[in-house]
Structure formats: structure tokens, C-alpha cells
Design a protein around this ligand. Structure first.
Ligand code: XBP
Ligand code: MG
Length: 252
């Protein structure tokens, strides 16, 4: 039986639905600004999401012939501009936190559970979301912000979770990951973590075989009950996901 000591949070799709109306739009703004004809529509972006990391995603689109071939330096330049556009979109408050995120974070923080972020996104994109959607105090409340190119291999590789746990000095058995995607789940699983998945439109049909709990959202007491798609430990009363559920998952 292992005690819950740490929660590691994915960002895109988990804290907020940032992909469709945030990252995707920002990529298109960068393409347009650079005089490129490529646009990623909602469906195309869904296909491209199987590749994590914005630069990697562009390189994949180039490889498959979707985008005109350009040098890596140009890809990196486009990505830097994309990040600036993304920061503006988030700072404008266009993308709210998902239901239940702040509640769970606040409850866990109040109980002294170590909180960290393990994300594929660029640190500058993470920072703006923390500042504008969570609040500046969360820069200190997260004990580690593991993001982007800090590790050699992005999700589904375990590296970003392993890195965060090493920084925090916590063990996988005392840690639960919060994720939204198949790649995120695979990454958490490969790092030896239990995992709660909160799906969204882009990830609903992905494979979460073996995940501990899969829900439509974390939810809130005063909203409709969440849909429970997988409940490996037969947790009871999952109207919304509570800290007690996360503790029970760690202990299972
Ligand atoms: C998120 C990603 C990121 C974002 C874009 O995956 O794959 O690449 O889509 O961010 P996860 P950047 O939620 O699994 O971490 O352009 O900054 O890479
Ligand atoms: Mg995600």
C-alpha cells in the first residue's frame, strides 16, 4: 500500500483545452505571418497531435508532404513566433481551466501533497498559462515545472515524468499522473506511474488500456456527473474526481 505524496500534471488538454483554439491557431498565425500557405484545420491538427512537441509536429508534417520543405532553423524560428502568438491568446484569457482542475490542485496543495508539471510544451507556453489561468502564486506552489526540450525524448517516452520525479526525490509508487492523451498515458505508464485520464474531443477515441481511471472531465460537485469510461479499481461515487479518489488509486 503506497501513500499519495505527489501529483504530476500534464498541461495541454489536461489543465485546459489548449490545442484546438490555442496551439493550433498560434501555429496558423505563424504560418500566415511567414507567408506560408499551410493551415492546420481542426481535423488535420487532430492527426498531427499524434506527434508531441510543436517543432517535431512541423517536421512530421513536412516529412509527410503537408508542409513545404524548410530548413530546421526555419522550423525553430516559426516555432518561436508560434509561441509568442500562443502567449498572446492565453494572456487574452481565451482558454479557461478545465472543470475540477483548480479544486483538485488547491485541495492537494492544502494537504501538503507535492505538485509538479510534466509536459511536452515549451516553458514559455507553460508559464503564460500558469500566470493567466492559474495565478502567479502557482509558480511557487508547483515544486517542479518539467517542460519541453529539457529531456531528449518527448512523450510517449517516460523521460519528462522520470525527470520530474528525480528533481522532486519522489518514487513512482507515491505519485499519480494526470493526463488527457494516449501519448501522455503511455509516458506515465512507462515511468511506472498510476494515471488518471481526463479525455477531450481530440483524445476520446485513443487507447487507454490499463489506465487507472478514465473520465470525461474531473468535474465538480455542483455540475452533472462525469462520464466514467474506465474504473480499474472500482472506485465508488465518481460523480466528480476527488482527492480521495486519487489517494485510493495510489493505495490500490
Ligand atoms: C502537448 C504537446 C505540445 C503542444 C504544443 O502534449 O504535444 O507539443 O501541442 O506545444 P502533452 P509546443 O499535453 O502530452 O504534453 O508547440 O510548445 O511544443
Ligand atoms: Mg496533454
Amino acid at each position: 500500500m503506497a501513500e499519495l505524496k505527489c501529483l504530476l500534471w500534464d498541461v495541454d488538454g489536461t489543465l485546459a483545452d489548449t490545442e484546438k483554439d490555442g496551439h493550433r491557431v498560434a501555429f496558423n498565425m505563424a504560418f500566415e505571418e511567414a507567408g506560408m500557405s499551410r493551415r492546420w484545420d481542426v481535423e488535420t491538427y487532430g492527426e498531427l497531435l499524434k506527434v508531441t512537441g510543436g517543432k517535431e509536429r512541423m517536421l512530421f508534417d513536412i516529412e509527410r508532404g503537408g508542409m513545404a520543405a524548410i530548413a530546421y532553423e526555419k522550423v525553430a524560428e516559426l516555432h518561436a513566433r508560434k509561441t509568442i502568438h500562443y502567449q498572446t491568446l492565453i494572456a487574452d484569457g481565451l482558454i479557461p481551466l478545465r472543470a475540477g482542475v483548480l479544486r483538485l490542485l488547491e485541495e492537494a496543495y492544502a494537504e501538503g501533497i507535492t505538485l509538479g508539471v510534466s509536459t511536452t510544451t515549451t516553458p514559455a507556453a507553460l508559464d503564460v498559462l500558469i500566470e493567466h489561468s492559474l495565478g502567479k502564486e502557482w509558480f511557487d506552489r508547483f515544486a517542479v515545472l518539467a517542460a519541453g526540450d529539457i529531456v531528449p525524448n518527448k512523450k510517449p517516452a517516460p523521460d519528462i515524468y522520470t525527470y520530474a520525479m528525480e528533481q522532486l526525490g519522489v518514487k513512482p509508487e507515491n505519485t499519480v499522473a494526470l493526463e488527457d492523451s494516449g501519448n501522455g498515458w503511455l509516458s506515465a505508464q512507462a515511468a511506472g506511474l498510476k494515471c488518471v485520464v481526463t479525455i477531450n474531443d481530440y483524445t476520446a477515441a485513443q487507447d487507454f488500456e490499463g489506465a487507472d481511471l478514465v473520465v470525461s472531465e474531473f468535474g465538480e460537485a455542483n455540475r452533472d456527473a462525469v462520464d466514467v469510461l474506465r474504473n480499474k479499481h472500482n472506485l465508488s461515487d465518481v460523480h466528480h474526481v476527488t482527492l480521495a479518489h486519487l489517494k485510493a488509486i495510489a493505495e490500490a
